[in-house]
Structures are given as structure tokens and as C-alpha cells.
Design a protein around this ligand. Structure first.
Ligand code: SF4
Ligand code: SF4
Length: 479
């Protein structure tokens, strides 16, 4: 892979000058075929992101990360901290999917799926262009003094940005709090729901700061995935790259006419590459880099430079693809290898983890059950000659619907159970319920010293588990 920092040690981040100050970027939009495809994908993803907390599956939002109750719902499946193995396998599966996709398709997530890119390129920047004008105007105005024109445009833009950030913050927080709660809090005053207002103020502030100011620095400085991807990718991963062999020796039309600084080949012929050094690919880049310097960590694979260069190639009657999706190996003249050890390893691990995950989900019991004798108690003999043991039950309904609990003792013979406070308690979905119960066994059926009891637990008329528990009884049944 190419050196990510060309011309070191002088080079710094494309968005910083040599003194470390921020260089504001004014990327020009390139409305080519990739931009159109990304626009569609982007708006579909925005629609999904906004809709998911509203869509209910089994009385719960499709995705609901209830941190307060430590419940995580994914499309009807609610996981609790006791599902730690399942949660761990799920997290590892997602991680391995990221490894596999990055090794195969490079930073496709950054350019096509990341909310940072989608909201910045298809929501915030278009609004900025609408209010403050094209890039040249914005740059000139930003560098000039504060005037009424500059003042109202900036204020109006920030107002719209703030409104979008508020709505985005609510959508984001809805994944953790649920819309039902949010709507209730929204109807209250800050004094009644201070936590809600504080949370919204902080989330909105961070989103506003990110999209109004921080922008590409999120990708180039903060995002850990940008660092990780250089380890996950290899020479065969899909990248956006400039075809040096075809583009060089680059030269502007003026230089071509002057015939200066061009490659003088052995045959004495003076030849130029297809790059006319117009700079369109640099002007359109949202992270401010020049793709012609080779693969760089700041490249988010957004394909804007591909669209920009394709447009130039069309105008000068050259084939498209001087900048294109390719791989390091292909650009150096080789053939991209799809079949390679790294992909086999990631693919095999992904397959194993997904199989384990599907197995765990499909065999997951609909109820979590824990039955113990109440600590510190022993048996009682009742007036009707029954040996009674006091039990503590800790149960969680893992399904998405409330259900009546049924507990049936099947051994020893004649055993009966009575739940304290309710004959057939209703277990609410996801809720942990603690209760106590008495189990009685006729004294003449209880072996000396006690016996192992068996209980069948049912919910929604479905047998969940048969639990065994040692009961205490008298050693001498004569009394
Ligand atoms: S847009 Fe294409 S032709 Fe223009 S500078 Fe970039 S690579 Fe060269
Ligand atoms: S170099 Fe091209 S693909 Fe990479 S971020 Fe810049 S415009 Fe996007």
C-alpha cells in the first residue's frame, strides 16, 4: 500500500496548514453517476434511520437500546444482560462483518453508508449552498469583513442547521429512550424533565458543532475506523484511485502547447498523459486531498473525484475512469485477487460466528428461570400433614408479549405449588419478576431427609423448562 503521508516530513493533514491551523474546505459538488447513486442510497438510509424507532415489532420499537433497563431490542428479539454470550457473539459477528467488508470493498461504508457523510453531503451542504451560494462566493464572503449580507446568511443557515440538529438529536435519542417517552418529555417543561432537556441540549450541540464546523475532521482526525481500515485493507481491496500510468505525464493545455515539462521518451516522441491538471478532482474532494498523490488515510472513498474526472474526460473526448474504483494491484498493472487468505480467514470466522448466532437465537428459551429455596429456611409441617418448602422465583419473560405463568410440579408424587399473591401471575415482556411460592408434598410421600422436586414452567402455553430442586424434609417421618 502507498505511503499514506506523501512527501513527509513537510506534509500535514490536508485540512491543516503547516502551523496546524484549520484550512476551511469548500468542495464543489460533482453531480455524476456515482453522486446520483449515493444520493438515492443516502436518502433511503436516512428514511430507514428515521423510521426504525417508530416501527413496532411485537409492541416494541424495531431497534430499542434501553440502557436504563439494560434491554436491547433488535427486530422483535429483546436481549438482557443475562444474554451475555449472545450479545458477545452478536458484537463479534458485526466486527467480523466489518473486517470482511473492509478487506473486500475498502472504505465503502465511509462513502456510502456513514451518517456523517450522508447528512453532511446530502442535507447540510446543500442547504449551505442554497443560503450562502456557490463555493467561490462563500470563500470570498468568509474571507471578507462582517457585513449585513454575511450576517443574515450565516444566521439563517445556523438557524436551519440548529433545527435539523434538534430533529436529528431526537431521532438518535429515540433509539435509546423510545418515541413514547420522548413525546411525553417534550410536553413537559424543563423543570419537570431536566434530564431530557439537558440530554437534548448536549446531543443537539454536538451534532450542530459536527456538521456546522467540525465536518471532515471527524473522518480525518477523530474516527477510529479510519485508522483501523489501513490494517484491514490490502493491495486487492477496492479503493478509489488515480491511474498514474494513464494520467502521467500530466500537463495543462497551456503546458502542452508550450511542450515544457513533459516526458521525453526513448523514441524522442513527446507524450502527455490524460490528466490535464485541471484540479477538478481536488476541488471536489470533501476532505481536501489530491487523489493523484496516491492512497491516503483521509480518502473516504466518496467517489466525488471519480464523477469530477469523468466529466472532464467526457469533455476532452477521452475514456472515463482515469480515477476509478480499482485496487492497488490493478492500478500497478496486476490483476485484483478476490481469492486470498485474508478473505478466507475473515469469511470463515464470519460464517462460524453467524451460524453460532443463529443457533443461539433459535434455541433461546422464551423465559429466564431461577428457582431456589428461600435462603435460611428449612421445611415446615402443615396441619394437614404436608411437608412445605418455601421457594424464591426469579423469572423474566423474554418474549415481546405479556404471558401467564404456569408452574406444574411433576415430582414427587402429590406435590402441589402455591405462588404467593397470585394464582397465575402475568409476566410482562422483558421484565424481571421476583416472587415467592410454597411447594407442599404429602408427608408420607416425602422420602427421609427430602427429595428432588421437578417443576414444569410454561408461558404462552409453551413448556419452557423442567427445573429440578432439592426439597428438605424430616429425616424421621414418624412424627
Ligand atoms: S480531474 Fe482528472 S484530469 Fe482533472 S486534474 Fe483530476 S485527474 Fe487530472
Ligand atoms: S480522494 Fe476522491 S474518493 Fe477520496 S475523499 Fe477525496 S473525493 Fe472522495
Amino acid at each position: 500500500m502507498a505511503n499514506p503521508i506523501p512527501n513527509a516530513p513537510e506534509a500535514v493533514l490536508s485540512t491543516l496548514d503547516l502551523a496546524g491551523n484549520r484550512k476551511w474546505i469548500y468542495p464543489t459538488p460533482s453531480h455524476g453517476r456515482f453522486w446520483r447513486a449515493r444520493l438515492i442510497v443516502g436518502w433511503v438510509l436516512i428514511a430507514i434511520f428515521v423510521a426504525l424507532p417508530w416501527i413496532e415489532i411485537g409492541n416494541r420499537p424495531a431497534i430499542f437500546l434501553d440502557l436504563a433497563r439494560r434491554e436491547f431490542t433488535f427486530f422483535g428479539l429483546t436481549l438482557h444482560p443475562t444474554d451475555s454470550v449472545l450479545l458477545m457473539v452478536f458484537a463479534l459477528t458485526v466486527l467480523m462483518a466489518v473486517f470482511f467488508i473492509t478487506a473486500l470493498f475498502g472504505r465503502i461504508w465511509c462513502g456510502w453508508g456513514c451518517p456523517q457523510t450522508i447528512y453532511l453531503e446530502f442535507v447540510y451542504r446543500p442547504i449551505e449552498r442554497m443560503i450562502e451560494g456557490k463555493e467561490v462566493q462563500r470563500r470570498r464572503r468568509d474571507q471578507g469583513p462582517w457585513t449585513f449580507d454575511k450576517g443574515w446568511r450565516k444566521s439563517f443557515k445556523w438557524l436551519i442547521f440548529a433545527a435539523i440538529s434538534v430533529s436529528l438529536a431526537h431521532t438518535f435519542v429515540a433509539y435509546f429512550a423510545g418515541w413514547e417517552n420522548l413525546l411525553e418529555w417534550m410536553g413537559q417543561s424543563p423543570a419537570e424533565a431536566p434530564a431530557y432537556f439537558a440530554m437534548m441540549a448536549v446531543t443537539t450541540g454536538l451534532i450542530f458543532f459536527d456538521f456546522a464546523y467540525f465536518r471532515e475532521q471527524m473522518c480525518t482526525i477523530t474516527c477510529p475506523y479510519a485508522r483501523l481500515q489501513s490494517v484491514l485493507m490490502d493491495d486487492d481491496s477496492l479503493i478509489v484511485s488515480y491511474d498514474r500510468g494513464r494520467g502521467e505525464q500530466r500537463a495543462t493545455y497551456r503546458d502542452r502547447r508550450k511542450n515544457t515539462d513533459v516526458l521525453d521518451l526513448d523514441d524522442g516522441e513527446v507524450r502527455f498523459g490524460d490528466c490535464i491538471d485541471c484540479g477538478a478532482c481536488v476541488r471536489t474532494c470533501p476532505t481536501g486531498i489530491d487523489i493523484r498523490d496516491g492512497l491516503q488515510m483521509e480518502c473516504v472513498s466518496c467517489t466525488a473525484c471519480v464523477d469530477a474526472c469523468d466529466y472532464i474526460m467526457d469533455s476532452i473526448d477521452k475514456p472515463r475512469g482515469l480515477i476509478r474504483y480499482t485496487s492497488e494491484r490493478a492500478i500497478s498493472g496486476g490483476d485484483t485477487k478476490v481469492s486470498r487468505p485474508r478473505l478466507y480467514l475473515y469469511g470463515a470466522l464470519l460464517l462460524i460466528l453467524s451460524t453460532v448466532l443463529v443457533g443461539l437465537v433459535s434455541t433461546r428459551a422464551p423465559m429466564e428461570i431461577d428457582v431456589q429455596r428461600v435462603r435460611g429456611t428449612t421445611y415446615n409441617i402443615t396441619n394437614d400433614e404436608q411437608v412445605a418448602n418455601r421457594l424464591s422465583l426469579r423469572l423474566r419473560n423474554r418474549t415481546s408479549e405479556a404471558g401467564a405463568l404456569e408452574v406444574t410440579p411433576t415430582a414427587p408424587e402429590g406435590a402441589r405449588i402455591r405462588i404467593v399473591g397470585a394464582e397465575q401471575p402475568i409476566l410482562q415482556p422483558g421484565e424481571l419478576t421476583r416472587m415467592e411460592a410454597w411447594i407442599t408434598v404429602p408427608e408420607d410421600r416425602m422420602p427421609p431427609g427430602g427429595a428432588v422436586a421437578e417443576f414444569e414452567f410454561r408461558i404462552h402455553d409453551q413448556l419452557v423448562e423442567t427445573v429440578q430442586l432439592r426439597l428438605l424434609g424430616p429425616h424421621d417421618n414418624a412424627h
